[in-house]
Design a protein around this ligand. Structure first.
Ligand SMILES: [Fe+2]
Ligand SMILES: [Fe+2]
Length: 225
């Protein structure tokens, strides 16, 4: 299993970074308050949110490239891949835990608010938007590290890995939930570094050189076929 650095933190350098961090901390606080240690439920609800920014970023970058007749430097595919990857996290965790009726209501409501918020934020400042995602992903890495601890200390059952996860990450037949959380966390670390890198590039920095390796994934078109 690839080792990832779980301690990466981008130190805020300007007002935009501080806004992005503040937004993230408020959401982290709310999630901690609501879910406490129910990591399965937390993963489902938060993955429904995590899959939004990549699609918004890809759409708006696509439109911007059309208007300016400029190359996207591979950003659109990267962001679409991120959205798909987050959706696969959701499809995996829905096999592990079932959201309550209230959580389903919350998912629908939060999607309206978050989609519109993130769309507006991306239009106003794509740098801040990517920084927000970078910080979200820092928190996701922390949450999945805590989830691993719950499993390791026996508070969450180390269930067999769902079939969809074994297929998507190419895991062994006898893979467990712990193996799944490890690859999901590696995905999040990759998104973290990519998005902090994009925010930096928009601000004029060179492309990021230290990006956490991205685990292997199957072509999702075939999943469930
Ligand atoms: Fe995720
Ligand atoms: Fe993520």
């Amino acid at each position: 299993m690839t080792q990832i650095d779980t301690t990466v933190h981008h130190t805020p350098r300007d007002f935009s970074d501080r806004c992005a961090l503040a937004i993230t901390k408020v959401l982290r606080f709310s999630a901690d308050l609501f879910f406490a240690k129910r990591y399965g439920h937390r993963a489902i609800v938060l993955e429904t949110v995590a899959a939004v920014p990549g699609m918004v970023g890809a759409t708006l970058t696509h439109l911007s490239c059309l208007r300016r007749m400029k190359d996207d430097r591979g950003w659109i595919r990267t962001l679409l891949e991120e959205a798909e990857n987050e959706r696969m996290h959701l499809m995996t965790f829905i096999e592990v835990a079932q959201p309550t009726g209230f959580e389903r209501f919350m998912i629908v409501s939060v999607q309206w608010v978050f989609y519109l918020f993130f769309f507006a934020l991306y239009l106003i400042s794509s740098k801040t938007a990517h920084r927000v995602v970078g910080y979200f992903e820092e928190e996701a890495v922390i949450s999945y590290t805590l989830y691993l601890k719950e499993i390791d200390e026996g508070r969450s059952a180390n269930l067999p890995a769902p079939a969809i996860a074994r297929h998507y990450w190419g895991l062994a037949e006898n893979a467990t939930l712990r193996d799944v959380v490890l690859v999901v966390r590696a995905d999040e670390a990759h998104h973290r570094d990519v998005n902090h890198g994009f925010a930096g590039e928009i601000a004029g920095a060179a492309a990021a050189t230290t990006v956490a390796p991205y685990p292997w994934h199957a072509d999702t078109i075939r999943v469930g076929a």
